[in-house]
Design a protein around this ligand. Sequence first.
Ligand SMILES: C[S@@+](CC[C@H](N)C(=O)[O-])C[C@H]1O[C@@H](n2cnc3c(N)ncnc32)[C@H](O)[C@@H]1O
Length: 254
Amino acid sequence: MSKNLFSQSTPVVNEAGSTALPKGHRPIRTFVLRQARMTNLQHDAYKRLMPQYGIDSRTHSWQATGFSSNSPLVLEIGFGMGHATAAIGKANPHIQYLGIEVHSPGVGALLARIEEGALDNIRIIQHDAIEVLKEFIPPGVLSGVHLFFPDPWPKKKHHKRRMYQPWFLDLVYRSLKDGGYVYSVTDWEDYGEQMLEVANEHPGFTNPHGGYSPPISWRPKTAFEHKGLKKDHQIREIFIIKKPLQGESLQRPE
Ligand SMILES: C[S@@+](CC[C@H](N)C(=O)[O-])C[C@H]1O[C@@H](n2cnc3c(N)ncnc32)[C@H](O)[C@@H]1O
């Protein structure tokens, strides 16, 4: 990845607070911005490193990101404190990773990990991932999408705020290359069931496992996974692959 293109500009990265508007749906926000303070380390990393590793999806052009079309690009949505992002990025230096997160402490934490591990294959966008998918990421550029422990929104009246829904897979489908994957994991039983149903019913994806995927060994445990395991929650993994559509359409009735 070209470093210069990042360091040339110093994008102003605001606390993200946008509202996503998936086509044909009422505004949906899949997150709540908590008033969490950054530690000194996170704050320092954020100030120094965001101009270098951050991408402002509202002012940068895709070309200016420096992503090379010669190596795979994998998107991670909601990386939290970035443990898994940094570990996966370190283990796969030939793959480019784009992490999206709205919370500043997590962004600062991942920036500190990037510096500590000299990881030049990770870039960060601090903004609503749904808007980034809709407005910034071009069609057919992603090799994979990671969605590890998305907010479960356990109350039934909040289920509409869950990320993994048919319109989300439509957005992801557009940005993936043929053969690209979506790898999601949750410790919430009914969210796992919802993911599986949405995945298996989507015409643009195939599920090589039919049901849940066996645990994928290269994924490190995340912070939210540890919390779920402490409560004896079972971990459910869903791994699906984009197939080219032939004579079918993703258009859904409004
Ligand atoms: C339950 S946490 C999981 C964090 C991490 N993946 C883990 O497993 O430890 C979900 C994360 O997704 C982020 N998130 C939710 N909706 C988002 C969106 N639309 N755009 C960007 N980040 C989002 C939240 O801020 C939160 O940090």
